[in-house]
Design a protein around this ligand. Sequence first.
Ligand SMILES: [Zn+2]
Length: 428
Amino acid sequence: MYHSITSFFKDRSRFFYRLILFSLLSVCLFTLSSCIERRFIEATTQMDVRDEFWVRVLLFEGIKKCTVKSRSELYIIDAKARNPVASFSKAGPDVEISSSKYGFFVNNRKVSGSQLLVKTNSPYVFGINGVEYRGKLKLIHNADGSFDAINLVPLEPYLSGVVGAEMPDYWEASALETQAIAARTYCLYIKKRFGVNRRWDVKKTQASQAYHGIAAESARIQKAVDKTYGLVLVCRYGDGSEDVFPAYYSSVCGGHTENHQNVFGGESLEPLVGVKCRYCKYTARTPFYYWPMVQFDKKMVSEKILKKYPKLKNLGKVVKLAASKKSVHEDEYITRMTMVKVSGSTGKEGFLRGEDLRLTVDPSGYKIKSTICEIVDMGEKWAFISGRGFGHGVGMCQHGAQGMARRGKRTSEILMHYYPGSTIKSIY
Ligand SMILES: [Zn+2]
């Protein structure tokens, strides 16, 4: 009996020991397999595409130092003279690039050239300060001794880093596809319109459109980009020409998208005049559809406004804020402040677009989430109340697109709803 009980416990403990060992082994194998999967990166496409389809993304501005690394060999080239100045073997340690008023230094060694090009071999992926991107890296020296870091990336791989940064990859496939087409259109417009006059086309932040490089990629995102390969939206301009337009989009419109001229100015464009949206209400989380009151100290608000808009210095101090122009959609109970009258202690007045005031007071855009709100004088503070929606509200409503996709709407139907009068075309 005693013997059998002992052997029972022995067997039991052996069984549990084996179970624990098996579990540990499974966890190790699972972790290893997911690491291997994550390490596998397909080669960057379009490395031979025409110049007009390369995107120059401003990653860092006015920095003095960065580290770069690569999955393959890494070459640093004097971009103007086209001379190699340094090269490093595959998967070597981080390379430090720094600058002073005398020029560039690679691992503390002075190198020639006011512009450096960092290139790699297939899969054409490099890391800068720990974040990986596709394509190449250009470093441009500034007169003050600092430098700007610009990612040169073909349009399609650029979009893989945008779509996943702008929308969760578990969203409906047709919503992800609308995002890819809108982002492709927006990028090409900005490149054509503004890129010619500067050394970069777009920023990596929401100032242009969010771009997170490799970190934003996934199989579903890649599928959305591939399925819409080369597709853009075009519309007819006042002179009769047909071209891409700034296909703006924002997170939650709050029930009606806004006319782009009230937010960004410029020539009237039919696809951006504003449409009703009955969809974001059911897909956005409550604090983003109806956002709670936020308050800001009046002194701080006044200082921020006068600092950002020197033309308003004659106001003395800002003593009153009042909406002077509104977009009213009565059937949706929406009133968006599009222009705000700013009154000063000197008796002078000035005007700011609602969106400009919002992002001056709250540059993050996460507190005053939209201009569908009212400003109330609370004595020492300004309160923004009755808030609705998240973002500038122009163009496609991203949560609305997801709402339409959930109801089975096709990619083209969603795009035609939010950009009426536009057509889909292929650029390649
Ligand atoms: Zn909406």
